[in-house]
Design a protein around this ligand. Sequence first.
Ligand SMILES: Nc1ncnc2c1ncn2[C@@H]1O[C@H](COP(=O)(O)OP(=O)(O)O)[C@@H](O)[C@H]1O
Length: 202
Amino acid sequence: MDQQLNELQEKLKDILTEKRFLHTLGVCHTAACLAMCYGADIKKASIAGILHDCAKCLPDEEIKRRCKEYQIDMTDVEERNPYLLHGKLGAYYAKINYGIKDSDILNAIIYHTTGRPNMSLLEKIIFIADYIEAGRKEISGLSEIRNIVFHDLDKAVYMALENTLKYLNKQIANGQHKEIDKMTLNAYEYYKSGIMEQQNEE
Ligand SMILES: Nc1ncnc2c1ncn2[C@@H]1O[C@H](COP(=O)(O)OP(=O)(O)O)[C@@H](O)[C@H]1O
């Protein structure tokens, strides 16, 4: 394995819980495979994959406190739901603690939970690798996304966004969740219109 990746892996093993570390390795490997398939930079995909959850294993209040301390911009939704900030804080740590300067890698870490409209190839790879890696619980719709992801990345991203919104809306209806970050809704509308255009052309 590449030395930089190996060093990152060793550091993260000490920081993350065992479960989160195994998920991280899964995302790293899946992102590398997707990069091979779609002609993205394999090393960048692996680095973004290994670092995507580097700020995940912190309590909500600690994430919020650190974001304030490092003057990381916070939306109102993020302030009320600080777990949504682990991407932004993770990108900050990737830059400051792990020496990552590449803005595409940093953005892939920032947007890996919510997605966003018009994601770069690397952002889409990390977003979907986080959703489909082999260790993920077999939730409904996952096998369909795994079936399509190596043929149509945008469709897989659209399906994952749709699934996430369905899941969150159900949780809200059951009183188990508070609100949805609009970034995911905007991303969903963006990829939905792309799929519609594609279908109209066929
Ligand atoms: N737009 C959103 N608004 C609110 N919560 C969201 C949104 N998108 C994802 N989530 C939720 O945020 C949590 C963290 O997601 P994620 O970073 O993928 O963590 P994990 O790897 O533990 O699934 C999940 O419970 C997910 O359902």
